[in-house]
Design a protein around this ligand. Structure first.
Ligand SMILES: NC(=O)c1ccc[n+]([C@@H]2O[C@H](COP(=O)([O-])OP(=O)(O)OC[C@H]3O[C@@H](n4cnc5c(N)ncnc54)[C@H](OP(=O)(O)O)[C@@H]3O)[C@@H](O)[C@H]2O)c1
Length: 261
């Protein structure tokens, strides 16, 4: 694997760097990162095993694959500083909204190969979803290399540009909704006497197990739900209560809120 340079080493970049190193596909000494707060960067480097650098120029000298991992509003400033130095590099961007077309407009006179990817936070534990925009200018072999690299932190799915927004909503934002769901069920368990930490352990495993069961069997979620609902039983009473509270409508409206922002 070629060397990697992270522009920004915040939450998402740390999850990716840790996963890449763990996978054995790339060594810590071949992962470089720059971030303005150098003390924080060096502390993270010590903890995760990547190599900190003190300027964007140094980063562009060290890394062949550049991963843009600062906040979206910071990118224009960063590009104005390093645009020329991106020549010949592979640029992977994980910033929301910064798709292939947007980069291409700004970097059209620079021979840089561009790919927009959208990871999510479960990548921190190797269980992420990483969306690859179909539009890109990578060479076929390096795109394979990138898909292999990102597969080390989760499931890679390729999507057309017009589906990257909704993909980001259901993969990138929805972990927050699942967290709310888990917290709510833990509150219910506490209400009926269960210690909170026990409730969190049980519910987290229930959510991850239910996801795994759906993914591994490929079974329709409605069938999996039906399998738990015995006639006249308790679960169907809970299903009815959720439907009365507009559960599905609330889920769909949460995505409407993201898409209409
Ligand atoms: N978090 C997610 O769930 C998620 C999911 C998908 C995509 N993303 C994307 O990932 C990117 C980073 O998100 P995050 O949650 O990891 O943010 P974050 O934790 O706030 O990290 C931002 C990083 O950018 C650095 N930075 C700030 N100004 C910079 C500059 N001028 N040049 C270079 N680096 C600079 C910060 O350094 P200092 O700490 O030193 O200031 C920090 O290391 C965003 O574009 C976001 O859209 C995030």
């Amino acid at each position: 694997m070629r060397s990697i340079g992270f522009i920004g080493m915040g939450n998402m970049a740390q999850a990716l760097a840790a996963g890449f190193i763990d996978s054995g596909l790339v060594r810590g000494e071949d992962i470089f990162a720059y971030a303005p707060h150098q003390n924080k960067l060096r502390a993270n480097a010590k903890r995760l095993g990547f190599t900190p650098v003190s300027s964007l120029v140094e980063l562009l000298t060290s890394g062949e694959i550049i991963i843009m991992a600062c906040k979206p509003y910071q990118i224009e400033g960063v590009l104005s500083e390093i645009k020329e130095k991106l020549s010949g590099k592979t640029l992977i961007s994980i910033a929301a909204g910064w798709n292939y077309e947007k980069y291409h407009k700004i970097l059209n006179d620079i021979p840089v190969r561009i790919q927009f990817v959208m990871p999510n936070t479960p990548a921190m534990v190797g269980e992420g979803v990483i969306l690859f925009e179909e539009a890109n200018s990578l060479e076929a072999s390096e795109r394979e290399e990138m898909i292999k690299l990102f597969s080390s932190v989760g499931l890679v799915e390729e999507l057309p540009s017009n589906l990257m927004g909704i993909g980001g909503a259901v993969a990138g934002c929805a972990p927050a909704f699942v967290d709310m769901f888990m917290e709510a069920y833990a509150d219910a368990a506490v209400k009926y006497g269960m210690p909170r930490q026990t409730a969190y352990r049980i519910i987290a495993q229930m959510v991850s197990g239910s996801g795994k069961l759906a993914a591994e069997t490929g079974e329709h979620p409605g069938v999996l739900k039906d399998n738990v609902c015995s006639p006249g039983g308790t679960t169907i009473c809970g299903v009815a209560a959720l439907e009365e509270s507009g559960f599905r409508g609330a889920c769909i409206r949460s995505v409407d809120a993201i898409m209409n922002k």
